[in-house]
Design a protein around this ligand. Structure first.
Ligand SMILES: [Zn+2]
Length: 447
């Protein structure tokens, strides 16, 4: 056994995706090798994936035996707040009250670099324990919160996206969390981009919190920076709840819709990822598809805050890229398996607004696509991660079919691979993650 020695070959059941398998599990969109091999080079990149019996001579090497378990690319969480680590599971508030009562007082603490550093470490270790190897992460307005997060991510060798939260418009940005003037905020952001963007595996994301918390001038600045730096990304929230959407339309009277505010500000493009998009229409979806902007679907958060049911089928049918997000601390689990469980229920409940009002389902294959390659595509990182194409960074996880007695029992009765995978998607959680690898090296996690 040579788990920390590269190059290496990982033997087990190997599953990955080449594209979205769609609602009908398109057989050309995914590859499954029941007795499979994943060969990783000394540089931590994928060299080859396929059947064990077909492993080419030149890729043979030290073998790490994961037979009886499932090897998939590391999970990608497209929307999460490390700054809310203390306040997950806070009771009884919808979005606006939630922000004022719980989020903003908690985020205030990130002015303290020692606190930010400690929480960033706890947060990233929690992600690794859950099999999440990449995430698009919101810190706070404080540059110290960005420095702490990126430093901890870099220390662990993780591919992460983040950037200073921008907010300067009261009352949606309280005075104790408000940016100073636009010139000072722009300078802070430029310094952070210079320090962290493309530093090892890190990507900087321009991060206006949401339309209501930024002044028009600050939104314009965000757009300016997004266009000036050709490969930074943008993350924000959009159309999460009905009252929020109504408040946006009351302020931006020229806008046709919430998304139109971002469109007019020049913030929609292929490097933009918008959290939620629960309350959007076909015209919005068309603009998202045309501009290439992606949606982060956050089912546990949308259910927990009572925000609404995201229409996954409509978004994908319109050609919009979609990834999966936990949105912790409004989300209720760091586990992408638990998140897929809730995503399945949201899809089951969501009735199409258009005749014939068909109901759809979320298959296990499409679910695992969303949690891996779909997330990488939504974050504009699919040239680096997301599947086992040769040359990709070898971030992967090993899933245990017998992690709990219930899962083991159900798995033993499954007749097909899809049935087994669905049991994992519905019954699995952090206990299912037998191992997490970053660039082909095993991460020591508490479980
Ligand atoms: Zn969020």
């Amino acid at each position: 056994m040579a788990e920390d020695t590269l190059p290496a070959v990982y033997r087990g059941t190997v599953l990955h995706f080449l594209r979205d398998p769609g609602a009908d599990d398109d057989p050309d969109a995914w590859e499954l090798f029941e007795d499979g091999a994943l060969a990783v080079g000394a540089d931590g990149r994928v060299r080859w994936a396929g059947d064990w019996s077909a492993l080419p001579e030149q890729h043979r090497g030290e073998v790490v035996d994961h037979r009886g378990k499932l090897i998939v690319p590391g999970f990608v969480d497209t929307h999460i707040h490390y700054s809310q680590y203390d306040m997950i599971a806070s009771f009884g508030a919808r979005l606006e009250d939630w922000l004022q009562e719980y989020v903003f007082p908690t985020e205030r603490k990130f002015a303290d670099p020692d606190y930010a550093d400690r929480i960033a470490g706890l947060f990233l270790d929690t992600l690794l324990t859950c099999g999440t190897t990449t995430a698009s992460v919101y810190p706070t307005v404080h540059p110290t919160s960005v420095d702490a997060f990126f430093a901890q991510a870099r220390q662990r060798g993780m591919r992460m996206t983040s950037g200073k939260v921008l907010m300067d418009k009261q009352p949606d940005a309280p005075d104790f969390l408000s940016d100073a003037g636009v010139p000072q905020t722009e300078e802070q952001t430029r310094q952070l981009i210079a320090r962290w963007h493309r530093n090892d595996r890190l990507t900087y994301a321009i991060t206006p919190r949401f339309a209501l918390s930024s002044s028009d001038e600050q939104l314009a600045m965000a757009s300016r920076l997004l266009h000036e730096f050709p490969d930074v990304t943008l993350q924000t929230h959009a159309a999460e709840s009905r009252p929020e959407t109504a408040s946006v339309l009351a302020r931006f009277t020229d806008a046709r819709s919430y998304l139109d505010v971002y469109d007019q500000a020049g913030l929609l493009g292929p490097r933009s990822t918008l959290g939620h998009c629960v309350h959007i229409d076909d015209q919005d979806r068309s603009r998202l598809a045309t501009t290439g902007a992606a949606i982060a679907f956050c089912p546990t958060s949308n259910l927990f805050l009572g925000s609404g049911l995201f229409d996954l089928a409509a978004a994908r049918d319109a050609g919009v890229r979609v990834g999966l997000g936990t949105d912790c601390g409004a989300g209720t689990s760091y586990s992408m398996l638990r998140t897929l469980n809730e995503a399945y229920k949201v899809v089951m409940l969501k009735e199409s607004t258009k005749p014939p009002h068909r109901r759809t389902t979320l298959s296990a294959l499409r679910g695992f696509y969303l949690a891996t390659l779909g997330g990488a595509e939504a974050l504009h990182l699919d040239n680096h991660i997301g599947n086992f194409r040769p040359g990709k960074e070898a971030d992967f996880i090993v899933l245990d079919w017998t992690a709990t007695p219930t899962l083991a029992h159900r798995t033993a009765l499954a007749r097909t691979f899809q049935e087994r995978l669905f049991a994992q998607m519905i019954l699995g959680d952090d206990r299912s993650i037998a191992a997490t690898y970053l660039m082909g090296r095993r991460v020591r996690t508490p479980n």
